[in-house]
Ligand binder design. Sequence first.
Ligand SMILES: [Fe+2]
Ligand SMILES: [Fe+2]
Length: 301
Amino acid sequence: MNTDITETIRERVRQIEVTPSIPAIFHPLLKLLNSPPDEVNLDEVIKVASYDSAIAAQCLRVASSPLFGQSRPPDSMKAAIISLGLRRVETIVLTCCMGQAFAPSNWVLDPTVFWRHSLGCAMVCRKFSEKIKAHDHEKAYMAGLLHDIGFIVNSMSFGEQFSKAVAAACEQQIPLHEAELQHMGFTHCETGRALGEAWNLSGELIQVIAYHHQPENSETGRGLVALVHLCDLLCRVRGLDYGYYESSKVDLVADPAWEILQKTHRELQDVDLARFTFELDEDVRGIYELVSTIFGSPRKN
Ligand SMILES: [Fe+2]
Ligand SMILES: [Fe+2]
């Protein structure tokens, strides 16, 4: 990457930081996510979830959906939280926080589409990580949630160029990062890396943000980068996409990232592949339903 472009990106990210920075509630929630399930204090969760009326309303709305099969809608936050389960509550709080941090007027991509994809990818990453018995499923979740944060920078700081890239991607049905490269000379991977560094995210998360489209180039933590790469692909072809049709197909096993994963996760060498992909596809369908309940159904360009 040209050093002038890298410096321009860093400068624009510094300007973004003055206005919407990462919400204060984000770090305590990360801690909550990372504590063992039997040590999470339910009252604490209710307190955090009630912190914001939009979050509370969202929890009640999702808990009332037919997805949770309740005979009558929950009438309190406690009832809603018990019905949803801690993980879903954390997911709702997290996405509401992130959604509120960035004013919708600045978005080029539809923010709902962006959060659908990010949240869907986070949940698919956690499922995938559990299936291959990776050591940290919550880290996989965070990596999935944050992998595309560069789109936020592109929307806010490179809006005009990014609009052209999005239009070209929709028209040519090509992956968005290819269109970015053609029209901007850089991608959301570079801008996301700059934002991740400004936010002091961990080195592993920054590797995911920077290399999720080219896991073979990552410097460290290549297994996690490869996992996010595959889950991102899977989401894009199963309706948790960027709001337009991409003419790419997904073949998990033929993807070079699969080979990287096989090297880092021995369990994959003995796995029944047909069964593994079938089950994962089933999981993605369930995740699609949940994400659609939270955000509503997608509208296609
Ligand atoms: Fe991406
Ligand atoms: Fe993505």
